[in-house]
Design a protein around this ligand. Structure first.
Ligand code: ADP
Length: 643
């Protein structure tokens, strides 16, 4: 029998290394993973047999069979499912197909504890066999094909594949246990593991040739699980642990579900859904394909996990199953896309999920914040994609703001708006702390006006699409047209004049002259130069003109080459800042030579300073540096070259 050798994909080798060398707290999960794979393989065969009944004719009762060979120190997990051919083996048991794997691997630190916790979220599937086995043999025969294959590996860098003349349909995975793993040769232990982790598997899981529970030699087959689909059982008979294990199976997940929704719908359209919201963000959440993974069953038969119309992309983090009573079993994927039943099920699912989220949000804000931090950025995609649900999604959204570390809802924001405030102010950017320190929001903060700090890329898209909430328009704090004079400073806000305090200083004399000078010097570089209402501490800032694109969005689009050049900004100057006052005075006097030189450098220095704070690139860093050096030099006593 000719044997071919293959190297594992680098990611797999790395994963195997960690798996084999770590003291995983719960090694028994290997059994769940392998049984889960077997169950999926049977699901796929059952579906294929709808159009090719000959595939199952000779062996129609699909099941998973466990057998223990104590003297040989092996345990075998076998199924009569779809099986694999040579290409499948190379593809499936030599690589990790999951998107985001490489990025995930980069997060591994080499520290066993941290890495294991990370892998716990990732799920290791088939490779978990190497937690307990020093060698794994896979004997497999794909349904409808002529020959079988044997895959073998010790989990160290490589595996071999060899053709075998004849094997039974399906797959048998044999684990040669390592020293110290003898507990998995004990039928009692295996029975308990299956009942804990795999009871919900809708196929019989049988233990072959094991002594019965009372120790008698049975010699036959003992079915270890309930072997009925979990979702058809009455809710009252399902324990939270059973739901959790089912979630682990269906979602290929290791975390606990944050929300479980189990519903049976009867009437014109009848279906059962069992859906879960994870508590941990899956690694591929932001993969460009934005696919959901809901499994569609028709009358208990698995059909596909690729029915696009079943769940909108903005709910792609939801895991689970839908079992329809109405769809035809032999429906093709193309037909599913335009099927009205699928459309109706989808809107039922969306409603149920959003209602479930709302209930949790209303009951416990802290708990909801955990959900929000994991999935909020995805849910917000729905605000512009699903206009019918826009209001509900806006109600479910939470934001960081200048009002403190916690999250705020839009209703809360509107309820606590300052007197005279007529808009919802927000600022978008990459990083919360730098947004909170932005010069453009100084004036708002000083008046006690709350500003939403938006840091998800999706925020740049939904805000312009929405326009307003409860009649209050969204207004970017970095655009022109923000007027503060109608907003009454809140009590305690530091702009409120204290009793008896001096009037704020009058506008600097010479301001008009300074503005004229700046406009002249910066012609072409800025759209306009204006006196700012929004600055209290910084001398200058940039804003976009009212009708122009938001500056952050424009920068993002430029990075992705969607726009070629930035539209010119408006430079706003703070008339009460000491620097501006002095420059204005100098502009008015224009006498002294030193002042004139500084005035010549000031326009571009002010503009570059505003660009740096805004995070915009300087078009000519060399010129900036020369100007800065000149100004600093003039501010210092002359050096004594003799010293
Ligand atoms: P996952 O199940 O998350 O896709 P695994 O590493 O557990 O990842 O398995 C990789 C792939 O190998 C599966 O997606 C499946 O295509 C294939 N596979 C694993 N076990 C079996 C089996 N018993 N029968 C058929 N195919 C299998």
């Amino acid at each position: 029998m000719a044997e071919e050798s293959f190297g594992f994909q680098a990611e797999v080798s790395k994963l195997l290394d960690i798996v084999a060398n770590s003291l995983y707290s719960n090694k028994a999960v290997f059994l769940r993973e392998l049984i889960s794979n077997s169950s999926d393989a049977c699901d796929r065969l059952r579906y294929a047999a709808l159009t090719q009944p000959e595939l199952v004719k000779e062996d129609p009762d699909l099941k998973v069979t466990l057998s223990i060979d104590a003297p040989a120190r092996t345990i075998t997990i076998a199924d009569n499912g779809i099986g694999m051919n040579r290409e499948d083996l190379v593809e499936n048991l030599g690589t990790i197909a999951r998107s985001g794997t490489a990025a995930f691997m980069d997060q591994l630190t080499g520290d066993k504890g941290t890495d294991m916790a990370l892998i716990g979220q990732f799920g290791i599937g088939f490779y978990s066999a190497f937690m307990v086995a020093e060698r794994v043999d896979v004997l497999t025969h794909k349904a409808g094909e002529q020959r079988g294959w044997r895959w073998r590996s010790c989990g160290k860098g490589e595996f071999t594949i060899a053709a075998v003349p004849q094997a039974a349909r399906g797959t048998a995975v044999t684990l040669h246990l390592r020293k110290g793993e003898d507990e998995f040769l004990d039928p009692g232990r295996i029975r308990r593991i299956v009942q804990t982790y795999s009871d919900h598997i809708p196929l019989p899981i049988v233990l072959k040739g094991a002594p019965g529970k009372d120790g008698e030699e049975q010699g036959g087959e003992e079915t270890l699980n309930a072997a009925s689909a979990l979702w058809v059982r009455p809710k009252s008979e399902i324990t939270p642990d059973q739901y959790k294990e089912f979630y682990h199976h269906v979602g290929h997940a290791f975390d606990d579900p944050w929300l479980t929704l189990h519903t049976k719908v009867e009437g014109v359209i009848a279906y059962t859904s069992l859906l879960f919201v994870p508590s941990v963000r899956p690694i591929d959440l932001f993969h460009p394909d934005r696919k959901h993974r809901i499994k569609l069953y028709v009358r208990r038969v698995f059909v596909t996990d690729d029915c696009e119309g079943l769940m909108p992309s903005y709910l792609r983090f939801v895991r689970g199953i839908v079992d329809s009573e109405d769809l035809p079993l032999n429906i093709s994927r193309e037909m599913l896309q335009h099927n009205p039943v699928v459309g109706k099920i989808r809107s039922g699912l969306v409603k149920r999920i959003l209602d479930g989220l709302k209930k949790r949000a209303d009951n416990d804000g802290e708990d909801y914040a955990k959900f929000w931090d994991s999935f909020g950025a995805v849910l917000k995609e729905g605000i512009y994609e699903d206009s019918a649900r826009r209001d509900e999604l806006l109600e479910l959204s939470r934001f960081r703001s200048t009002a403190g570390a916690g999250l705020v809802s839009l209703s809360e924001y509107v309820a606590r708006m300052a007197e005279g405030q007529d808009a919802i102010f927000h600022i978008t950017g990459e990083e919360r702390d730098s947004l909170a320190a932005s010069p453009q929001i100084e004036g708002l903060k000083a008046r006690g006006v709350e500003v939403l700090l938006l840091t998800d890329p999706v925020d740049d898209f939904w805000v312009p699409a929405v326009g307003d909430f409860q009649g209050k328009p969204f207004r970017s704090a970095t655009k022109g047209g923000v007027t503060l004079d109608k907003i009454k400073p809140r009590e305690g806000a530091h702009e409120e004049p204290e009793e008896g305090a001096a009037e704020p200083p009058a506008a600097a004399p010479g301001l008009d002259a300074l503005i004229a000078l700046l406009k002249e010097a910066l012609k072409g570089a800025v759209k306009d130069v204006r006196v700012s209402e929004r600055l209290t501490e910084s001398p200058v800032c940039l804003v976009a003109d009212e009708g122009d694109m938001d500056m952050h969005l424009e920068r993002m689009l430029m990075q992705h080459q969607r726009v070629a050049v930035c539209s010119p900004r408006i430079l706003e100057i703070n008339p009460s800042h000491e620097l501006i006052r002095r420059l204005a005075a100098a502009a008015a006097a224009k006498g002294e030579a030193a002042a004139c030189q500084t005035l010549a450098d000031a326009p571009h220095l002010l503009l570059d300073q505003a660009r740096i704070v805004e995070g915009e690139p300087l078009p000519d860093p060399g010129a900036f540096s020369r100007r800065l050096a000149r100004v600093m030099e003039r501010g210092l006593p002359e050096g004594d070259s003799n010293r």
